[in-house]
Every structure is written in C-alpha cells, then in structure tokens.
Write a protein that binds this ligand. Structure first.
Ligand SMILES: Nc1ncnc2c1ncn2[C@@H]1O[C@H](COP(=O)(O)OP(=O)(O)OP(=O)(O)O)[C@@H](O)[C@H]1O
Length: 267
C-alpha cells in the first residue's frame, strides 16, 4: 500500500531577508523539509524570531522562497497564481486581522464577494459561518470589530478564513492574546471544526502545552531550522535539549497542579 501524498510539502525551503543598513542578511527559514498530511493538525512551536511566521507566509505566497520547493495539493506554489492560491487557503491572523471599518458580516463576506458570489448567497453563508463559530447571528452580524471582545474577534477571524470553503487553514498565533478560559474554549471549538470540516491545519503557537493539547503533530523551530517533528508522544522521547526544555514547563506545571489541585474544581 502506498501512503497518500502530503497535502502540503516543504522540501529544503530557504528564505533570507535583507538585514538592512549593510547588516548581514537574516536567514529566517533554513533548509526546512516538512510534510503535512491531509486532515492533519500540525502545530509549529518555537521562540520569537525562529521563522514560524515566515514559513506560514511562504505557504500561501505572501512571500516567495529563495530556495527549495513548496507544494500545496500537489502543485508547486510558484506555478499557481498567488491570489487564487490564497483563496484556497484560509488564514487566521494573531489579532483577527479584521477590517475595522467593516461590520462582522462584511468582514466574513469579503472573499465570497471578491469571488462574485451573489449578495443573497453571501448573507446566507455569513449566517451559516456565524453558527459554525458559535456567535449569535442577530447579536453580532452588524457590529464593528471594535465592539467585540478579543475572543469574539478571533471567532470572526476563523469564520472569515472559512468563508470560501478552503481545505487548508493557516493560523498565526490565533489564540495567543486571549485569557486562558477563552483560549481553551476557542482552541477546543476550532479543533472540533477542523474535524467536522475535514480541514488540514497549520497553527503557530509559542505555547507547547497548547500544541500538545490541540495538534496531531508538532514541528519545533529554532533559528530558522526545523529541530524536531512528531506526535506529542514522539517528541516526548526526543533527546534534543531544546525540545526537552520546551516540554519541561508544561510537564512540571501538570505535576504541580496535580498536587495542588487534587480534585477537579469544575462544576
Ligand atoms: N519582512 C522582513 N524583513 C526583514 N526581516 C524579516 C522579515 N520578516 C521576518 N524577518 C526576520 O526573520 C526572522 C524570522 O521571523 P519570523 O517572523 O518568521 O519569526 P517568528 O518565529 O514568527 O517570530 P514571532 O514568534 O516573534 O512572531 C526574524 O529574525 C525576523 O526579524
């Protein structure tokens, strides 16, 4: 039996940026090879400046690689028109990335409108998406992003990313700025959506605990390089010191919490 081809594949991908003012170029992504299978939820974990966002932006050609190849659904991304590619790939930004002067409904409907979808169909799709991300239709449809909580804004960001029915969703620290309860609820809700819609998701997070709880597989980046990849259980057996360090904190916290909170306090 042959294995299914990956839905997204990075092969020896490299990307540098001009360091500016005669400084050395910054090697943001350094020879990264990584496959993401259809239906998989992959978390990319790493410190600030490790190249996570650059890797995500290379996937939908917000920027182009200097070397190597990236394929999405079997096509080399360089052979695909970037605008068409981006319509096939949902993108959720850290702070929602919503247009502040546009209502929730208009924000969610922006891509269907660009695709020439009739107004009535867009309106029905907006309602469907609000239900999907568990926002009350009548309460939220006409609000401006500034009148939403951070968690509600992220829900709208997810709805907008899903509007054109993509098979792939890229998320750049989507829940990082939220309080822990909202973050947990949104993470769980998104994970359920990922399964229900049969999505393939790549999510960036600084938080190894979040990655372990949500993702099927985790890729660890440091200084532009892919240090390790695997299921949480596989990473747990890694002998890489940095991976061990990243796993140490959630492990230690879990052990301390078990002692300090012997009984589940939830109702
Ligand atoms: N447009 C750019 N021009 C110049 N340098 C850039 C640009 N984008 C990223 N870099 C540099 O590339 C490196 C990787 O940046 P990147 O944003 O991919 O890291 P990151 O892991 O996503 O960081 P963070 O977690 O802080 O968002 C950093 O040194 C950054 O300064």
């Amino acid at each position: 039996m042959t294995a299914a081809p990956p839905l997204i594949a990075f092969a020896h991908v490299g990307k540098s940026f001009d360091g500016g003012r005669g400084a050395k170029p910054v090697l943001a992504v350094d020879d990264v090879s990584l496959d993401v299978a259809e239906g998989e939820f992959l978390a990319i974990v790493g410190g600030s400046g490790s190249g996570k966002t650059t890797l995500l932006r290379l996937t939908n050609r917000l920027i182009d690689a200097d070397s190597g190849h990236i394929t999405v659904e079997g096509e080399d991304v360089r052979a695909v028109d970037p605008v068409r590619l981006r319509r096939r790939i949902g993108y959720v930004f850290q702070s929602g990335g919503l247009f502040p002067h546009m209502s929730v409904a208009d924000n969610i409907g922006v891509t269907p409108k660009l695709l020439g979808t009739p107004a009535g169909d867009i309106s029905a799709r907006v309602d469907e998406l609000l239900d999907l991300v568990r926002l009350d239709r009548s309460e939220h449809r006409d609000r401006l992003p500034g009148a939403l909580s951070g968690g509600q804004r992220q829900r709208v960001g997810v709805a907008r990313a899903l509007a054109a029915r993509p098979r792939i969703v890229l998320m750049d620290e989507p829940f990082g700025a939220l309080d822990p309860l909202t973050r947990d609820a949104l993470g769980d809700d998104y994970r359920a959506l990922h399964h229900k819609l049969g999505l393939t998701t790549i999510m960036i997070t600084h938080d190894m605990a979040e990655a372990v709880l949500l993702a099927d597989r985790i890729a660890v980046m440091r200084a532009g390089k892919l240090l390790a990849q695997g299921t949480p259980a596989e990473l747990s057996g890694s002998d890489d010191a940095y991976v061990g360090e990243l796993l140490h904190t959630p492990r230690r916290q879990a052990e301390r919490l078990k002692v300090l909170l012997p009984r589940d306090g939830a109702a």
